[in-house]
Design a protein around this ligand. Structure first.
Ligand code: OSB
Ligand code: MG
Length: 372
C-alpha cells in the first residue's frame, strides 16, 4: 500500500447545549480531522485536542505543528502505514498523545477498510451493543441540572455522570441522588481539588456513587492513593493515566479502582489496548471516556469499547446529544435498551459527510509525498 496524501482539517462545531466542567464553560469545540488516502481508500481519525490547554497541555495548534513537522512526514516519506509500526516509530517523540492518536486512528481505519473488516473485529472486540452513559455539565441552577438529567434518563441512558467543582459538589450530588435514588451516578471533578479538600470529598461517600473521577490534578497519583484509603467510593482516574506504565503505577499505589480509557489521552489504540489488557489481568474494570468527539471520533470509540474489559457504562452518547448536525451518516443513536450499536461496515463503519465537514472547516492543509 502506498500513501497518496494526508489531509488535515481544523473544524469548529457548536454544541447543542454549552458544556461546563471545573475547567470552564464551552459553547463548541475546535478539533482536527485527519484523512489518509491510499489504494483508493480513505482512513479517518480525529484529534481531540481543543483550542485551549485546559484538559491537557495539547491544543489544536500544538497538534497541528507536531503533525505537520513530525508525524505526517513519517507516514508520507517513510510510508509508515501500519498503525503498530506508526506506534513504534512515534514512541521516540515525547508527549503529544492526542496528535499521535489522531493519525494512528486514521491508519487503523485505513487498515480495517483494506481488510474489509469493521474495526472492532480487528481489535478483538467481543460485544456490539455498548452501554451508553451521559456526561452532564455544570448548570446555572440545580433545577436546570435535575431537568436535564430527567430528560436524558427518559431517553434511556444507563448512567449519568455529573461534573463537580468546589462550590458545586456535595449539596448538588445530594439533590441529584434524592431526586433519582436508583440511577447509576458518578461524579467527575477534572482535577479541581487537592488533599486539603478531603473532608468535602469524603462526604460524597453517602450518595452511593459508582465512582469519583479525577478529584486531583493529573500528576497527583500519590495524593489519589491517600484519598482512596480514606473513602469508600471507588476512585477512577482519567487525566492521570497517560500510558500503560502510569496505569500500572496507579494500581500499584492504590490510587484508583477503575480506569477511564481515552484513546487521545494515551496516544492511540495500541497504548489503549495495553492499558485495557493490563487492567483485565488485574481485574480492574475500565470504561471508555469521551472528549465530546464528532461522529468520527465517537465511532472510533465505539469500536474500542467493544473490548471485553470495558465493563461499565461509557461516556458514549447519541449524536444529537452533542451536535445539531454530526459529521457522519448514519447518526449515532441510542437504542431502547440504553446501548449504542457498534457500526458494522468496514473500518469505522460510518460515512463522514464531506459537505458538512466543509461547512465546519476553519482551515485545511494537504500533504503529499515529495515523489508524488
Ligand atoms: O473529563 O471526561 C471528561 C469532555 C471534555 C473534557 C473532559 C471530559 C469530558 C466529558 C465528555 O466528560 C464526555 C463525552 O464525550 O460524552
Ligand atoms: Mg473525566
Amino acid at each position: 500500500m502506498k500513501v497518496e496524501r494526508v489531509e488535515l482539517v481544523v473544524l469548529y462545531l457548536p454544541y447543542v447545549h454549552f458544556f461546563e466542567t471545573s475547567l470552564g464553560r464551552e459553547q463548541g469545540r475546535s478539533f482536527i480531522i485527519l484523512k489518509v488516502y491510499a489504494d483508493g481508500l480513505c482512513g479517518y481519525g480525529e484529534v481531540v485536542a481543543s483550542s485551549a490547554p485546559l484538559y491537557s497541555y495539547e491544543t489544536t495548534a500544538t497538534a497541528r505543528t507536531i503533525l505537520r513537522e513530525y508525524l505526517i512526514p513519517l507516514v508520507l516519506e517513510k510510508n509508515v502505514l501500519s498503525p503498530t509500526d506508526f506506534y513504534r516509530e512515534v514512541g521516540k517523540f515525547r508527549g503529544h498523545p492526542m496528535a499521535k492518536a489522531g493519525l494512528e486512528l486514521a491508519l487503523w481505519d485505513l487498515q480495517a477498510k483494506r481488510a474489509h473488516l469493521p474495526l472492532w473485529k480487528v481489535y478483538g472486540g467481543t460485544k456490539i451493543a455498548i452501554p451508553a452513559g451521559v456526561s452532564v455539565g455544570i448548570e446555572d441552577t440545580i433545577a436546570v441540572l435535575l431537568e436535564r438529567i430527567d430528560f436524558f434518563l427518559k431517553d434511556g441512558y444507563l448512567r449519568v455522570k455529573i461534573k463537580i467543582k468546589p462550590g458545586w459538589d456535595v449539596a448538588i450530588t445530594k439533590e441529584v441522588r434524592r431526586r433519582f435514588p436508583n440511577m447509576l451516578l458518578q461524579a467527575d471533578a477534572n482535577g479541581a481539588y487537592s488533599l486539603a479538600d478531603r473532608e468535602t470529598l469524603k462526604k460524597l461517600d453517602e450518595f452511593n456513587l459508582l465512582m469519583l473521577e479525577q478529584p486531583f490534578p493529573p500528576y497527583d497519583l500519590w495524593d489519589h492513593s491517600r484519598l482512596q484509603k480514606e473513602i469508600k467510593t471507588p476512585l477512577c482516574l482519567d487525566e492521570s493515566v497517560i500510558s500503560a506504565d502510569s496505569a500500572r503505577q496507579a494500581l500499584e499505589m492504590g490510587s484508583c479502582r477503575i480506569i477511564n480509557i481515552k484513546v487521545g489521552r494515551v496516544g492511540g489504540v495500541v497504548e489503549a489496548r495495553k492499558i485495557h489488557d493490563f487492567c483485565r489481568s488485574q481485574q480492574i474494570p475500565v470504561w471508555c471516556g469521551g472528549m465530546l468527539e464528532s461522529g468520527i471520533g465517537r465511532a472510533h470509540n465505539l469500536h474500542v469499547a467493544s473490548l471485553p474489559n470495558f465493563k461499565l457504562p461509557n461516556d458514549l452518547s447519541a449524536s444529537k446529544r452533542y451536535y445539531r448536525e454530526d459529521l457522519i451518516e448514519p447518526a449515532i443513536e441510542l437504542g431502547k435498551d440504553g446501548t449504542i450499536r457498534v457500526p458494522e461496515g468496514p473500518g469505522i463503519g460510518v460515512f463522514p459527510q464531506e459537505d458538512r465537514i466543509k461547512r465546519a472547516t476553519l482551515l485545511e492543509e494537504v500533504f503529499k509525498a515529495a515523489s508524488a
